[in-house]
Design a protein around this ligand. Structure first.
Ligand code: MG
Length: 159
């Protein structure tokens, strides 16, 4: 078994959709970035890459490469699952926390888990997503941005 950690942050801005875990969450503010800025999926990608010691998201999908402009992060995750599979690993479980002041994410969590589980090639019980606010403090609390933390366990596939 191998464990990995991932962390990401994106700025909140007007005129962008708020996409988390591949799900568009209704919100007056969205996340800004080169790709779709899905901060949760990015943290999970880094946790998976970290567990396999395969570098980080910036190495695989550089934001200087126009190929990834506006990229659907779910498709990047799909590619990372393929990479770790090629290394002989499958996803054991993923746990993540999104730090966002508002809106409340609870009504959308199960849709994110289902979407991510499909791409991670696991059942929904292997994907945990949690949400917290910044309690009004720091960049998340001031609604300047959102962060996500993730850990992932990989298990060696049967040969
Ligand atoms: Mg990112």
């Amino acid at each position: 078994m191998r464990i990995g950690i991932g962390y990401d942050v994106h700025r909140l801005t007007e005129g962008r959709p708020l996409i988390l875990g591949g799900i568009t969450v209704p919100s007056p503010l969205g996340l800004d970035g080169h790709s779709d800025a899905d901060v949760l999926t990015h943290a999970i990608i880094d946790a998976l890459l970290g567990a396999a010691a395969l570098g980080d998201i910036g190495q695989h999908f550089p934001d200087t490469d126009s190929a990834w402009k506006g990229a659907d992060s779910i498709e990047l995750l799909r590619e990372v699952v393929r990479l770790i599979g090629a290394e002989g690993y499958a996803v054991g479980n993923v746990d993540a926390v999104v730090v966002l002041q508002r809106p409340k994410l609870r009504p959308h969590i199960d849709a994110m888990r289902a979407r991510l589980a499909e791409v991670l090639e696991v059942v929904v019980g292997q994907v945990s997503i949690k949400a917290t606010t910044g309690e009004g403090m720091g960049f998340a609390g001031r609604e300047e941005g959102a962060a996500a933390h993730a850990v992932a366990l990989l298990v060696a596939c049967e040969a």
